[in-house]
Design a protein around this ligand. Structure first.
Ligand code: NDP
Ligand code: GDP
Length: 326
């Protein structure tokens, strides 16, 4: 039985990855950080019905000793580092924490592997945000980076650290440069889920409008369920490498809103209010990925369209909002 250790198992991707690995017969161990509301750690795992099938262990990405102990104890075949302060907007409010968790956290994981079990294969959750102010119309593994937020700067550190540990110590360390990916399990602070949640609440008469920032930004959005498959495929290769994971289609926030509102028979323009509070100090105007390498080398292609995903998210939020007290 293969063993996998997942950091960030309580997050969106961690939950879907755990589900995928369980379906493949893995023993899944998930690192969670201590909180006073421990039940919150299980929300997404419960949603997928797998909370009882994974082993949750205490640790924190900023506590290298906890990582060393966990790698030594569980000797994972595969280590997926998905934990991060993952919200770009918050990274300007908490830049040092973001650098510590999102940047140095990856180094701490790699140090734990190097010190205790160097045969463990490592996956780093890199981000299209590293392309930031884009240097090529379509971004691939060879496109230069230009990070535009403390989050993206921290991710870039983690990305190059992953490559460096591969080249310096021969660790099987791969980095997936994943473009935005969403699902009903996406945090409500991210724009897709903020919108699908608002659509559900407006449809059910719980609110009238949704306040948004720059709706002219363009994103290449995929579904988290498709994207965790790419993570797993990367660690099954003989050689570690870096891969862009994207759909190759970019859509504005405005158009994404139209897809979401029209699914329940409403017009987006009747309910969107532009609020400068949601503009960012530096914006990533457009992202569009070229995932040819992942397609050719991993046989990976996305299967879920943006329309299908947004509709799934609106339907899930309709159910959740209907179940909440008015
Ligand atoms: P989420 O925000 O849903 O999950 C982040 C996870 O990290 C949570 O489980 C969180 O735990 C955990 N975490 C945060 N800080 C720490 C810490 N100090 N120690 C241990 N765990 C911690 O993110 P996603 O699932 O969406 O993304 C997964 C990874 O992929 C992240 O690294 C993200 O930056 C990256 N990424 C995501 C993209 C996307 O579009 N979703 C695109 C590209 C990259 P808790 O529940 O306690 O908060
Ligand atoms: P990101 O690409 O990781 O930053 O993912 P987000 O979902 O947070 O943001 C995607 C894009 O939507 C960015 O260009 C934001 O500026 C834009 N956006 C516009 N309005 C909002 C909003 O109200 N919330 C968020 N999170 N993003 C918004």
């Amino acid at each position: 039985m293969k063993r996998a250790l997942i950091t960030g198992i309580s997050g969106q991707d961690g939950a879907y990855l755990a589900q995928l690995l369980l379906s493949k017969g893995y023993k899944v161990v998930g690192l969670i950080r201590r909180s006073s509301t421990q039940e919150a750690n299980n929300t997404r795992l419960n949603w997928l019905g797998i909370a009882d099938d994974v082993e949750l262990v205490d640790g924190d990405l900023t506590d290298t000793a906890s990582l060393i102990r966990l790698v030594a104890e569980h000797k994972p075949d595969e280590f997926y580092n998905l934990a991060a302060q993952s919200f770009v907007g918050s990274s300007w409010q908490q830049p040092t924490l973001t650098a510590n968790v999102t940047g140095l956290g990856a180094l701490n994981c790699l140090e734990a592997i190097r010190a205790t079990n160097p045969n463990t294969r490592f996956y780093q959750a890199s981000s299209s945000e590293m392309f930031g102010k884009i240097q090529a119309q379509k971004q691939s593994e060879t496109t230069p980076f230009y990070p535009r937020s403390p989050y993206a700067v921290a991710k870039l550190f983690a990305h190059w650290t992953t490559i460096n540990f591969r080249e310096s110590f021969g660790i099987h360390a791969s980095s997936g440069i994943l473009f935005n990916h969403e699902s009903p399990l996406r945090g409500r602070e991210f724009v897709t889920r903020k919108v699908t949640n608002a659509v559900a609440r407006i449809k059910l008469g719980r609110q009238k409008e949704v306040r948004l920032g720059n709706i002219d930004a363009l994103r290449d959005w995929g579904h988290a369920r498709d994207y965790v498959r790419a993570m797993w495929l990367m660690l099954q290769q003989d050689k570690a490498d870096d891969y862009v994971v994207a759909t190759g289609r970019t859509v504005s926030i405005r158009n994404m809103c139209e897809i979401a509102f029209s699914h329940v028979g409403l017009k987006a323009e009747d309910h969107i209010v532009i609020d400068p509070a949601f503009f960012r100090p530096a914006e990533v105007d457009v992202l569009l990925g070229d995932a040819s390498k992942a397609k050719n080398a991993l046989g990976w292609v996305p299967e879920i369209t943006l329309e299908q995903m947004i509709q799934e998210m609106v339907d899930a939020d309709l159910k959740r909002v209907a179940a909440e007290p008015a």
